[in-house]
Design a protein around this ligand. Structure first.
Ligand code: RIB
Length: 318
């Protein structure tokens, strides 16, 4: 039987995603080309993607009510991205269309080790403004969780985090693509979800030791840091930096074919579990199951697991 996405009867977890939507143009090859080298790909496919839309779909497939704040261009890619979001049951009243601008595109290469490299054209994602966030303030105020990433302008994410804090809404931030973050943003983040590269990149003076840097982020004001470590699971630090204990959450062993979207599946799963009131260790375990399953299918959107599959993986590893 599929589990319910809430621990509070009568409460319908509500996640608002502030972020990007892309069309992923994916080539599969044995290895990445060297600079100046031309190699022939084994296959080419087009997928729905963008960290924002992936996370919104991931959350919707875990059973949450999901709304998306973002922008697409007035092109056929934008029409398709909007249609897919709606097909997944995502509310799109705050998904705006920017005339005369292309929608976001990601050129992705996946090698035989299931690793990827991604080159982004932000397009309309680069036009999401703080005013778009303020116009959605009622929506944000009604959410349990606001989930954001960094494929839209940083000032817009800063505005979203401040608004979430003002309304007592839990703010989850995936700091990808990696970049240094202002303290005013980190101070308004409840859960920062970096990978091992991003945890150092967010700090102006990183130590490059995972746990030390996670404690530094807590010292700036984030309440929880969950560092995703791929096949090594996740490292969780929660609370004031001096007292926070480091908790290791193991990964689920799976045969990976493509890791694209795995971090987004993790983030969407964590957002829903926390919106539902699950305790942090249990929520991270569910998120890790979402991420593991996403590695087993090619492409971002097709790999985002449904709740039944996640329940089954959790039960098989209880
Ligand atoms: O996290 C994976 C996503 O990153 C891809 O879907 C691509 O669009 C890029 O945004």
């Amino acid at each position: 039987m599929t589990s319910q996405p809430t621990t509070r009867p009568g409460h319908d977890p509500h996640v608002v995603v502030l972020g990007s939507l892309n069309t992923d143009l994916v080539m599969r090859t044995e290895r990445f080309p060297e600079p100046g080298e031309t190699i022939t790909a084994r296959s080419f496919q087009t997928f729905i993607g963008g960290k924002g839309l992936n996370q919104a779909i991931a959350a919707a497939r875990q059973g949450a009510r999901v709304s998306m704040i973002g922008r697409v261009g007035d092109d056929s890619f934008g029409d398709t991205l909007r249609a897919v979001a709606q097909r997944e049951g995502i509310r799109t009243e705050r998904l705006l269309t920017t005339p005369g601008v292309t929608s976001g595109v990601a050129n992705i290469i996946v090698d035989d080790k299931a690793e990827n490299v991604i080159l982004l054209s932000a397009g309309a994602n680069g036009r999401v403004t703080p005013e778009d966030v303020y116009a959605a303030s009622d929506l944000i105020a009604s959410a349990d969780v606001l989930l954001a990433q960094l494929e839209i302008p940083l000032e817009t994410v800063v505005a979203g985090a401040a608004l979430a804090r003002r309304h007592g809404v839990k703010m989850l931030l995936v700091p990808a693509p990696a970049k240094p973050l202002p303290n005013e943003l980190l101070a308004n983040v409840d859960v920062l979800l970096p990978n091992r590269v991003e945890i150092s990149a967010v700090l102006s003076a990183p130590s490059h030791d995972l746990e030390t840097d996670a404690r530094r982020v807590l010292g700036i004001g984030a309440r929880t840091v969950v560092v995703t470590l791929g096949s090594r699971g996740a490292l969780v630090l929660d609370g004031p930096p001096a007292q926070a204990k480091a908790l290791s959450v193991p990964a689920f062993p799976v045969k990976a074919v493509d890791t694209t979207g795995a971090g987004d599946a993790f983030a969407g799963g964590l957002a829903v579990a926390l919106a539902a009131g699950e305790p942090l260790p249990q929520a991270v375990r569910r998120a890790a199951a979402c991420g593991a399953l996403a590695c087993t299918v090619m492409g971002a959107e097709p790999s985002l697991p449904r709740r039944e599959a996640v329940d089954a993986l959790l039960a098989a590893n209880a």
